[in-house]
Design a protein around this ligand. Structure first.
Ligand code: ADP
Ligand code: MG
Length: 705
């Protein structure tokens, strides 16, 4: 077994590999372009491409691909061989600078939200040198992957990476300006991101027998087992050998790809787990999270399991999220959200803290839209995941600091205390200044914010983009006031911050976000509560609400509209697939064993009647066993009734034109119709002979491995 530190990044052409393999001047040019975000000089590209090809072929790669993130939320690739024929038709390996820098996959089948009609199908990919090239091995075939942006012939961004890079640039400028005004020095600022990834594992032999898991990623039917997660015995429990072997394999693959895996543990629900890396720049973290998801899925197959990344694979069992830990850090490695020992005097920290809160308050609806999807709709607002209402949690200590700043009081605090465990040999333990409210969608956790409402299956790019943009917008607003100060001293800065603290106060909430009272309170405070995906996207109908994105050049109006239209279409398609699949499962998997079992029970009853048993015994049997048959029959009848309603709801959705209306009808008609069908299926699962019920049940999926 190799040490992680030895294999880390061995399949990445990282800065060390670049330095080793490139001529000095070329290395300098590339490093400059990575650090400053400038264009790479064309004459250097050929040299770099050649060095990359040599490195990749030594590792067995015969093909390369631009690896990009179209608006499907997945990654895409199209392989080309290094193999070529020279002028004299001799076979050679070749890779030019222009092939490294730009590719032209046929873009016609990627979603463009109407920005590019099919006859202008050309789309281009371009290498993003701030994310190094790497070798992905699938099966035993290594392929050189070149992280790229993807855009149309008309110059519109067709991917998720481009807006993220643009938002990072915007935030960087606004944050650097703030520091210049506050401290009179020039630094570079970037956003840092670390994402915790939750997932389920199920045994492949059961997975393969569930069409819903295969096609929709979640169970559309299935009655919850008698034992769920109520015993709370899984969270942080000891990890089963088979799962641990899988985790170790995943990590070793990820280390080679340069993903700095750090933490692994059991999660709350049975068969639910989490992995988290050390944080990195937002761009790298986004690429790496895509790799984490890919490797989880692929490796699980090798281990005879299936990794489920869906937000809600099982009803009545906790779903899976992704926590986007986020902060800002300077080129001098200062974390701008590090409170230090005395946050109340840490002006830079307070300035950025208020900027984030103000940004979330101003753009809560926009942030909410970035986490909206058919899968995540099952989680948000349920009593397990943060609600669809955006609010921030600071912890009592920082909350006090801001309250007292607002009231212009001098600072006193009795919320910090030491814990006395009564064990003399242990050092003094300070209570964390934040007490980790698990119910908040956006919580301050010591020296970073944790955006907790993301779905486990989604790319982090767009939520990170929106967060960067919201904070940049807030900083711009505050910087304008800061620039007007005659004296940039503590007192005047606090004076300047006061109205921002007051204005953004409604978004601060320290209580239980799951409670009914919070929903009422949030409504009083005027916070948006956009309950499902189609509702969430209405935020972009408001011209004012879009400006912070369009004015900053992060997404043009066209690009923003395209994304809305793609997301709504995707939502409707997904719900539509689930609805059709539900019908099929009813017809092929639920009704047949139910009818067979119904026949068996009625045959038994008839046989009993002819058995010659005593009349009184027969009368009781008729009542009791007949009652069983009645329940069974009425469940089948009810199922057939709800199935009919589902069928007409599907028909209704088909007849609707326009993606907004279609998505809305999916939410109002299709989903409730599916739920009604499910209830009767699950009742039948409880009644029917388990031998005949061929769909593996929750106990097999969640307790057998
Ligand atoms: P918890 O489960 O307690 O929230 P974890 O250790 O599972 O914490 O995950 C915390 C995540 O936050 C890790 O990925 C970590 O690298 C990341 N993180 C820590 N500091 C920062 C920071 N300054 N900016 C961004 N992410 C950070
Ligand atoms: Mg965690």
């Amino acid at each position: 077994m190799n040490r992680p530190s030895e294999i880390f990044g061995s399949d990445v052409f990282d800065i060390k590999a670049m330095q080793r393999r490139l001529p000095k001047s070329t290395f300098k040019a590339l490093k400059h372009s990575i650090e400053e975000g400038d264009k790479l000089p064309a004459n250097e590209a050929d040299t770099i491409a050649h060095a990359i090809m040599e490195w990749a072929t030594e590792k067995g790669a015969t093909h390369y691909t631009h690896w990009f993130q179209p608006m499907t939320g997945l990654t895409a690739q199209k392989h080309d061989a290094f193999f070529s024929l020279d002028k004299a038709m001799n076979p050679i390996e070749a890779f030019s600078g222009s092939q490294l820098i730009q590719g032209e996959p046929d873009a016609s089948s990627f979603p463009s939200g109407g920005m590019r009609t099919t006859f202008e199908a050309r789309g281009y990919t371009a290498w993003d040198p701030s994310s190094p090239v790497f070798i992905m091995t699938n099966g035993s075939v290594p392929v050189l992957c070149i992280p790229s942006v993807f855009f149309s012939y008309t110059g519109h961004a067709l991917d998720k990476k481009t807006p993220l890079l643009r938002s990072t640039r915007t935030l960087s400028q606004s944050a650097a300006r703030a520091i210049e005004l506050l401290e009179g020095k020039k630094v570079k600022v970037g956003s840092t991101v670390g994402c915790e990834q939750e997932y389920f594992l199920v045994d492949r032999k059961y997975f393969d027998k569930r069409p819903d898991l295969i096609m929709a990623g979640r169970t559309l039917l299935g009655c919850p087992p008698a034992k769920g997660q109520q015993m709370e015995d899984h969270y942080f429990g000891s990890i089963k050998d088979r799962v641990l072997a899988f985790m170790a394999d995943v990590e070793s693959r990820l280390y080679r790809l340069g993903v700095p895996c750090k933490t692994r543990h059991n999660e709350v629900a049975p068969h639910q787990f989490e992995t988290a890396p050390i944080f990195e720049s937002a761009n790298m973290a986004a690429d790496h999270n895509q790799l984490v998801m890919e490797v989880l899925k692929k490796s699980s197959k090798d281990h005879g399991m299936a990794a489920l990344l869906h937000e809600k694979p099982f009803a009545d069992v906790n779903g899976s999220g992704k926590h986007l830990n986020w902060s800002m850090s300077t080129s001098e490695d200062v974390n701008l959200l590090e409170p230090g020992k005395e946050p109340h005097t840490n002006v830079v920290f307070l300035y950025f803290l208020v900027a984030v809160i103000n940004g979330v308050h101003k753009h809560g609806g926009a942030l909410r839209s970035t986490i909206a999807s058919a899968g995540n709709d099952h989680r948000l607002g349920a009593n397990e995941a943060p609600p669809a209402i955006m609010s921030t949690f600071l912890g009592s200590h920082l909350n006090n600091v801001l309250d007292q700043l607002e009231r212009a009081e001098s600072f006193t605090d009795d919320t910090i205390s030491e814990i006395d465990l009564g064990l003399a040999q242990l050092p003094d333990i300070h209570v964390d200044t934040t007490d980790r409210n698990r119910t908040s969608p956006f919580a301050f956790t010591g020296n970073k914010f944790e955006f907790r409402a993301l779905g486990s299956n989604q790319s982090i790019s767009i939520p990170a983009t929106m967060l960067n943009a919201a904070v940049a917008d807030s900083l711009n607003e505050m910087n304008a006031d800061l620039a007007k100060l005659e004296n940039v001293d503590e007192k005047s800065i606090f004076e300047m911050l006061r109205p921002y603290i007051t204005r953004s106060k409604p978004v601060r909430f320290e209580g239980n976000n799951y409670s009914e009272e919070w929903h009422e309170e949030a409504a009083k405070r005027g916070l948006p509560n956009l309950k499902n995906t189609p509702e969430a996207y209405t935020v972009w109908d408001n011209a004012e609400a879009r400006k912070f994105i369009t004015d900053a050049g992060i997404l043009s109006d066209d690009e923003l509209d395209a994304r809305t239209s793609i997301r709504l279409e995707h939502y409707a398609k997904q719900v539509g697939i689930e609805a059709t699949l539900t019908m099929r499962m009813v017809d092929n998997h639920v009704l047949p064993p139910s009818f067979r079992y119904q026949t068996e029970v009625s045959t038994a009853l008839r046989a009993l009647a002819e058995s010659g048993l005593d009349d009184s015994v027969l009368a009781t049997a008729k009542a009791e066993q007949g009652g069983h048959l009645e329940r069974l029959t009425s469940a089948i009848n009810s199922l057939l009734g709800t199935r009919k309603k589902l069928e007409s709801a599907i028909k209704k959705v088909h007849e609707i034109e326009g993606e907004k209306e279609e998505a809305m009808t999916c939410a109002t008609d299709l989903i409730p119709a599916m739920e009604a069908v499910r209830a009767h299926c699950d009742a039948l699962e409880q009644l029917v002979d388990a031998q005949q019920w061929e769909l593996p049940g929750y106990h097999e999926l969640l307790f057998l491995m």
